[in-house]
Design a binder for this molecule. Structure first.
Ligand SMILES: NC(=O)c1ccc[n+]([C@@H]2O[C@H](COP(=O)([O-])OP(=O)(O)OC[C@H]3O[C@@H](n4cnc5c(N)ncnc54)[C@H](OP(=O)(O)O)[C@@H]3O)[C@@H](O)[C@H]2O)c1
Length: 256
């Protein structure tokens, strides 16, 4: 087992990539704290994950909730070895018709809150810990109508590099996992209709060299690698888990 005796926090662990990662971490011997806003999916997640999981309702943008969260994690876990700052949202911000509040909310959830989650975790983090931030291929590729999301994920990459400088003296590693299009509930949240989501995922599949969307487990396996000692000399990288779309952007079936 790769994470025997380790204690991990996964924000947004009640859905999609975060939930798949919590399941894999527990399978590999870790105890895992998961967070989210939706009590129903938190309860369902912890029921499925079993006694090595603890769920806490906490909005990543709320500093009081954060203080309360880390106090509870301290009481239950004592310390942490792994933080996967995964919680995030999508959202359209087309140039020409976007309200400032919508733009700023995406930056606040996907970027600012990642920094303050790491900052709040520091007193509990053991030396030699691993921090993984969830980025996205959109931080490199861009995407029409997604300026705020793209900026937030490019920001995560830049932030990881600064954090790695600051935390290397404690042998704490900070890396980014950058998923490509991955089959999770994020595609169907907000105002996106089911038909539109199906259309978008089909377009992505045709553009991805390996010809399919990622599954949450594809990303979880990469996060496990970055969390475990298997990556003990890997610091400050952005690991794309994307079927090749960043490395070979015209490699998909749509271009053959
Ligand atoms: N799926 C993809 O194609 C893809 C591609 C690249 C990157 N990513 C990134 O992967 C991460 C996980 O997304 P996913 O695809 O697994 O989608 P998801 O199933 O929608 O999960 C998003 C998670 O974030 C949590 N969350 C959102 N806002 C929050 C807030 N303010 N406070 C606390 N928790 C919050 C949600 O919890 P609640 O529901 O309880 O609010 C949920 O657990 C995100 O950072 C996303 O940008 C996804």
């Amino acid at each position: 087992m790769k994470l025997e005796g380790k204690k991990a926090l996964i924000t947004g662990g009640n859905s999609g990539i975060g939930f798949a990662t919590a399941r894999l971490f527990i399978h590999e011997g870790a105890e895992v704290a998961i967070t989210g806003r939706d009590q129903k999916t938190l309860d369902a997640a912890v029921a499925e994950l079993g006694p090595k999981a603890a769920a806490y309702r906490a909005d990543v943008t709320d500093s009081n909730a954060r203080t309360d969260l880390f106090s509870k994690i301290g009481q239950r876990f004592g310390s942490l070895d792994i933080v996967f700052a995964n919680a995030g949202i999508g959202g359209a911000t087309p140039v020409g018709s976007t309200d400032e509040a919508v733009f700023e909310n995406i930056i606040r959830v996907n970027l600012t809150s990642v920094f303050f989650t790491v900052q709040a975790a520091l007193p509990l983090l053991n030396d030699g810990s691993s921090i993984i931030l969830n980025g996205s291929v959109i931080g490199s590729l861009g995407n029409p109508g997604r300026s705020a999301y793209a900026a937030s994920k490019a920001g995560v990459r830049g932030m990881a590099r600064s954090l790695a400088y600051e935390l290397s003296p404690r042998n704490i590693r900070v890396n980014v996992v950058a998923p490509g299009a991955t089959r999770t509930p994020i595609w169907r949240r907000g105002s996106t209709s089911s038909e539109k989501a199906d259309e978008l995922t089909a377009q992505w599949a045709a553009a991805i060299p390996l010809g399919r969307l990622g599954e949450p487990d594809d990303i979880a396996k990469a996060v496990l690698f970055l969390a475990s000692d298997d990556s003990s000399y890997i610091q400050s990288v952005e690991l794309f888990v994307d079927g090749g779309i960043v490395g070979s952007p015209i490699g998909g079936a749509a271009f053959r």
